[in-house]
Design a protein around this ligand. Structure first.
Ligand code: SAM
Length: 244
């Protein structure tokens, strides 16, 4: 069937490629991808050989037009280097334009580091806000964190190893007292997820510099509930007992 197929690929473990992803990649006329070497290697591991076309959201309108002309008459896949396209990866503009032109869009779901990290972290998963990468510069990073301070949801950020300590320090300043999780190398051999206070995690990663790919999560603000009656009784008894 003609159309644009958004195909999720593994984030580190080839076993996570779905049957439907394999079937789709094997049957499309071309695969649009961020990096033809990375995707070429994946296809080779899957025993496939397809025409590859480089694409990212900075591509010209002419490139997008060319891809959507293919998708209008034949199946065209979009993949990113790893994980789900459009999630801190190219594709949003292509999907938007495809829909505007009436080109069918189908999503072949699969792994995304954000949801893998959320399910591992032990932080509340009923509400979460995916915020992509924090800005590089101190001021901008602080501003974004400040903006998110009141959000009653677990915050999920993509991070890189060299910036981890700076980001943790910024979280400690702007969102003090929150529990934080660092999820690294998900689905890979050295997968690791550590939770604790910002101070604890900074001390750990100063002693053992983080390597590899990282998702950073921050717990929602604590529910500062007023103490119930039973708590007030207990507090009073304790205060009387110590004479304070
Ligand atoms: N589209 C991808 C997805 O769905 O997960 C994310 C692409 S984004 C450019 C790359 C970032 O995703 C990394 O810097 C890291 O924060 C996160 N990431 C990707 N793979 C990961 C892994 N195996 N373990 C931890 N984080 C990962």
């Amino acid at each position: 069937e003609p159309g644009l197929y958004i195909v999720a690929t593994p984030i580190g473990n080839l076993g996570d490629v779905s049957q439907r992803a394999k079937d789709t990649l094997g049957s499309v006329a071309a695969v649009a991808c961020e990096d033809t070497r990375v995707t070429g290697k994946l296809l080779q591991l899957l025993g496939l050989k397809q025409r590859l076309i480089r694409y990212d959201d900075h591509a010209s309108d002419a490139t997008r037009d060319h891809l959507l002309q293919i998708a209008a008459t034949s199946p065209l896949a979009l993949v990113s280097d790893a994980g789900t396209p459009l999630i801190s990866d190219p594709g949003y503009r292509l999907v938007r334009e495809a829909r505007a032109r009436g080109v069918a869009v189908t999503s072949i779901p699969g792994p995304s580091a954000a949801t893998v990290a959320l399910t591992l972290s032990g932080l509340p998963s009923d509400r979460f806000l995916f915020a992509g990468f924090l800005p590089n510069k101190d001021k901008a990073r602080g501003d974004v964190l400040q903006e998110l301070a009141a959000v009653r949801a677990t915050l999920v950020f993509y991070e890189t190893a060299p910036r981890l300590i700076d980001s943790l320090a910024a979280i400690g300043r702007t969102l003090p007292g929150r529990e934080v999780a660092v999820a690294r190398e998900l689905t890979k051999r050295f997968e690791d997820c550590r939770t604790g206070t910002v101070q604890h995690l900074i001390a750990h990663y100063e002693a053992h510099p983080a390597r590899g790919e990282i998702v950073l999560l921050v717990a929602p603000p604590g529910e500062a509930e007023p103490p119930g009656e039973a708590d007030v009784d207990a507090l009073l008894r304790a205060a009387l007992a110590t004479g304070k």
